[in-house]
Each structure stands twice: as structure tokens, then as C-alpha cells.
Design a protein around this ligand. Structure first.
Ligand code: NOJ
Length: 539
């Protein structure tokens, strides 16, 4: 059911080229049923917050039935909702409520692997080597006289080897199966016709329900070299992939996206794909967003760029150049549920906050779409001191604690009140502890404060809608000091970011331009303080 009736978003027309999409990590957004875990009813109850922010769409992280070995990226049933998060009826209700507020909804599709609890994998374990059931996954015999050695040297992204040996029905040690992530996430074999047909059917299931698109998990990983050669020295297991990598960024994966694009193109409401594509260059990234493949892909080059004018400028130029060569828009990202929050990445404390504020204005002024990860608009920092017993990320466990993992960016949102869990849950608990010092970062605390991060995001998103220059389009660099990024967009807009720590002159052509919005206090006319961004109206 496309969102075409009354109370639905504005008519579709490549909406994804300019959209700002708000990422909702469901288990950490808002808990309605009081179990300390966020849920879809919680999202629905707080939807006005998302709409008031001024975004165009929502991306939901996985909410499907799952043992939660990897925060729901281990899916046991692709056509239902995990009871922790609600029911299919709750999903339909939140989708309808979002559409009624003019918000489109993208959901997360996890095609590289299923959960080890998925009926397909259970039947693969019960079936014999060489069976149709095993052929949906990547089962192989082990090496060595007893097959006791894994089939090759591939490593799991979460640490440890990428193969687990199974026990056959007769109790004997048996074949090995591939899991590029946790053992609870067996990789599917995308050369298998049944796998392809199943995912095409899953796409239609959700499109028929009215979703507006899909975020494709590990979009660069589906196809593996069928010879399964050892990973040669110099190629990293975790990626980004280099050319010649046996399991990332294989050419065959593009066939999958061509067939999926034919499916979405047949729906009138212009559903979109955004690929999670970790590759080693914008040129390789561009291959995923050719006109008959995915519509967009996350721009991780920008996210990974250090807070440095040269690096940021290079990331911006390379992305725009490569993606515009194939006619695709760029999609800028500063954070998500897998990376250290940018306030902390950019140095933490007051300086980290100033830089994050400036980065937000930079991101929202660049041509194309953008993603805002829940809590980014509150300036939440990474929580670095979670107690070990609270941690859930498999990275933490598979590296023996050497890597803290991603729980620190997944801490639930503080809504209101003076003490944890800050009205995240009516029952006064949260699945990860919320730091007491977030009392000053709650939504309720930031709403009335015109200088808060929340107010900055709201103003920027409102202006983004009002200013014809912003969203899809082009930009032109303006010559500036080494630490300053300055560009114009037509009609009548300029953005200047002082990435350095010292005050710098504005470019002369922009020195007298009226200020539309600034990420911090501006000081003397014609100058811009360090770690500050400003939007200007130009004649
Ligand atoms: C990328 C997801 O964003 C991440 O959270 C997950 O662990 C891996 N893919 C595996 O599905």
C-alpha cells in the first residue's frame, strides 16, 4: 500500500536525493511497555519529537524476531516483529502515524546472514552435507586429515575466525560454516537461487505494507569468491575492502542490486535503497549507486575524516566527484550505531561539542541527503565507562574485552527528569545504564534553551526546508584560509566552517553577508571563531 492517500508524505519525486533521515535504534529510543528496552509503541508515542525536529524520514534499525546476538542483526524471521519491540500491528501503526506526519519510513534489511535460529539454518544443521538445506549457507569441509582445520583463514569482523564447525546428526564432528560476523550469524550463499527468491519476496512483503525503502546491511559483502581462497597478507578481514578481496566488494554483488532495483521501480511511491557499503574508495562506492542499482549509499569517507580542513575537503570532493559521475546524490553521515559518537571522536568535552555543532551545519549544508543518528541532535557523547556486565556487543566478548565495542553509542536517550533513566522507560530502568550527568542533556532540558544542540538541529533543519539552495544540487568552493572551509550554493547561500581552533577571517567576498545561522557565538564582524560554522545569505 503506497503512501498515496490523505495524510501521507508529499508526492514522491526522488525524495531521497535531498532527504534528512533520522536513524532510530529502536531498543534505545523510548520504552513504552516498561521492560527497559525501547519498542515500536515507544517510537509511536514520541513521533511528534521526530516530526518537530524537521527530518523527512526515519530509518529503523532491525526490529525483527531475533535472539539479539548482534543487536537484532541476527534475524530469525524477516516478516515479523520481535515481541520485545512489539507486533506487526505495532509496526503498521507506527508506519501509518509516521506517514500521517509526512515522515517516510525506511527499514533495515539484513541479507548477508540470518540468525542461527532462523528455520533455514536449523534445518541446515539437521540436514546432511551436500543437501539443499545446507546449500543456502556456506558450509564447507574442513582441511587436514580429519577436517579439523577451518576451510580457510578468513576472520570474523568481530574477532576470531570466521568459521564454526558443526556436529553432524550422528554426533561426529562435521562441516564448517562461514560467518563473517558472529557464529550466530551464518552467511547466506548468494549464488543460491532460493536465497535470491526469498529476499525478493521479503522486499515485496514490506513494500506492500507501505515502507518507503530499505537500508541494506553489509551491502558490499553478499558475494564471496566461490573458490574461497585464503585472505592474502595485506587484505584486512574487517574491510574496507581492497580490490582482489575474496569476500568484500565482489563484482557479482551488483547483479543482486540490479534485480532489487527492478522491484522497487515497480512501486509508485518511489521506495529507495541506501547501502551500507564499506569499500576503500569513493570510486568503488559509486559502482553501487549506478542508475540501475541502489539509489544511495552511506558516505563513510566523510564520517571517518578527521577534524581537519584538508581531510574533510578531500572527503567531500571525492564523494561528490565519484557519485555525480554516476548521477547519484551524496548522503552525509556523522554517526550511527556502529561508530564512536562524534562529540567524543572530535575530542570530547566542550571542544568536541563545538566541533560537533560546526560539523552538523557543515553536513546539512552539503549537497544531497543526510542522516542524523538519534542522540546526535542532543550532542550525546560516547559512554566509555559502561560496566563490563552491562555490555552486549559481540565485539567486546570476541576480542576478550580488548575492544570496548559499540554499546557506548547505543545508550538509551534521555528524555526528561533529573535522574536515569530520564523517562526513557516508565519502569525506571534501561537495558544499558544512562549516565546521571546526562541530566543536562535531556530533551526537556534542551528544548527551551535556544543555544542547545537540539535547538541548533531544529533551526538548521527548518532552514534547510526553507532555503531553496539546500538539499540536492551543487556547491562551489570559495578561496579561504587553510583551516577554513567555505562554499556557496545557489541561490544565495554560503557556508563557512573554521575547522581550526583560532579565530580566522571570513573570505572577503563573504565578510559582510548576513548571518542565517551560526553554530556558536561569532565575535567580531568579518571573522569566524575556531570550531565554528556559519550559514550566510549572499546576494
Ligand atoms: C552492520 C551493522 O550496522 C552492524 O551493527 C552489524 O553488527 C553488522 N552490519 C552485521 O550485521
Amino acid at each position: 500500500m503506497p503512501p498515496a492517500e490523505a495524510n501521507s508524505p508529499s508526492p514522491a519525486s526522488q525524495w531521497w536525493r535531498s532527504a534528512v533521515i533520522y536513524q532510530i535504534y529502536v531498543r534505545s529510543f523510548a520504552d513504552a511497555d516498561g521492560d527497559g528496552v525501547g519498542d515500536l509503541a515507544g517510537v509511536r508515542a514520541r513521533l511528534s519529537y521526530v516530526a518537530d525536529l524537521g527530518v523527512d524520514a526515519i530509518w529503523f534499525n532491525p526490529f525483527y524476531p531475533s535472539p539479539q546476538a548482534d543487536g537484532g542483526y541476527d534475524v530469525a524471521n524477516y516478516r515479523d516483529v520481535d515481541p520485545r519491540f512489539g507486533t506487526l500491528a505495532d509496526f503498521d501503526a507506527v508506519l501509518a502515524a509516521a506517514h500521517a506526519r509526512g515522515l517516510r519510513v525506511i527499514i533495515d534489511l539484513v541479507p548477508n546472514h540470518t540468525s542461527s535460529d532462523h528455520p533455514w539454518f536449523r534445518s541446515a544443521l539437521a540436514a546432511a552435507p551436500g543437501s539443499r538445506e545446507r546449500a543456502r549457507y556456506l558450509f564447507r569441509d574442513g582441511l587436514g586429515p580429519d577436517g579439523a582445520e577451518p576451510p580457510n583463514n578468513w576472520r570474523s569482523t568481530f574477532g576470531g575466525r570466521a568459521w564454526t564447525r558443526v556436529t553432524e546428526a550422528n554426533g561426529a564432528p562435521g562441516q564448517w560454516y562461514l560467518h563473517l560476523f558472529a557464529p550466530e550469524q551464518p552467511d547466506l550463499d548468494w549464488m543460491n537461487g532460493e536465497v535470491r527468491a526469498e529476499f525478493e519476496s521479503i522486499l515485496r512483503f514490506w513494500l506492500d505494507r507501505g515502507v518507503d525503502g530499505f537500508r541494506i546491511d553489509v551491502a558490499h559483502g553478499l558475494s564471496k569468491d566461490p573458490q574461497m581462497p585464503d585472505l592474502a597478507g595485506g587484505l584486512r578481514a574487517e574491510g574496507p575492502a581492497g580490490e582482489g578481496h575474496p569476500h568484500w566488494d565482489q563484482d557479482e554483488v551488483h547483479d543482486v542490486y540490479r534485480s532489487w532495483r527492478r522491484i522497487t521501480d515497480a512501486y509508485a511511491h518511489d521506495p529507495t535503497f541506501v547501502g551500507e557499503v564499506w569499500v576503500d574508495s569513493p570510486v568503488r562506492l559509486a559502482r553501487y549507486v549506478r542508475p540501475d542499482e541502489l539509489h544511495t549509499a552511506f558516505n563513510f569517507g566523510f564520517l571517518l575524516a578527521p577534524w581537519d580542513a584538508k581531510g574533510l575537503r578531500a572527503a567531500i570532493d571525492e564523494s561528490i566527484e565519484s557519485l555525480s559521475a554516476v548521477g547519484a546524490p551524496t548522503t552525509w553521515v556523522l554517526s550511527n550505531h556502529d561508530v564512536t559518537r562524534e562529540v567524543t571522536r572530535y575530542g570530547g568535552g566542550p571542544l568536541g561539542i563545538r566541533r560537533a555543532r560546526a560539523a552538523a551545519l557543515l553536513m546539512l549544508a552539503l549537497p544531497g541527503g543526510a542522516y542524523v543518528y538519534q542522540g546526535e541532535e542532543l550532542g550525546l557523547p560516547e559512554v566509555l565507562d559502561l560496566p563490563d556486565e552491562a555490555r552486549q556487543d559481540p565485539t567486546f566478548f570476541r576480542t576478550g574485552g580488548a575492544e570496548l565495542g559499540r554499546d557506548g553509542c547505543r545508550v538509551p536517550l534521555p528524555w526528561s527528569g533529573d535522574a536515569p533513566p530520564f523517562d526513557f522507560s516508565p519502569a525506571g530502568r534501561s537495558w544499558l545504564p544512562i549516565p546521571p550527568e546526562w541530566a543536562s542533556l535531556t530533551v526537556a532540558c534542551q528544548e527551551p534553551d535556544s543555544t542547545s544542540m537540539l535547538s541548533l538541529y531544529r533551526q538548521a533543519l527548518r532552514q534547510r526546508h526553507e532555503l531553496a539552495a539546500l538539499g540536492d544540487g551543487t556547491m562551489t568552493w570559495v578561496p579561504s584560509e587553510a583551516d577554513v572551509l567555505a562554499f556557496t550554493r545557489t541561490p544565495g547561500f554560503a557556508c563557512v566552517v573554521n575547522v581550526g581552533n583560532e579565530v580566522a577571517p571570513l573570505p572577503p567576498s563573504l565578510a559582510a553577508a548576513p548571518v542565517l545561522l551560526a553554530s556558536g557565538p561569532l565575535g567580531s564582524a568579518g571573522e569566524i571563531p575556531g570550531a565554528t560554522a556559519v550559514w550566510l545569505a549572499v546576494g
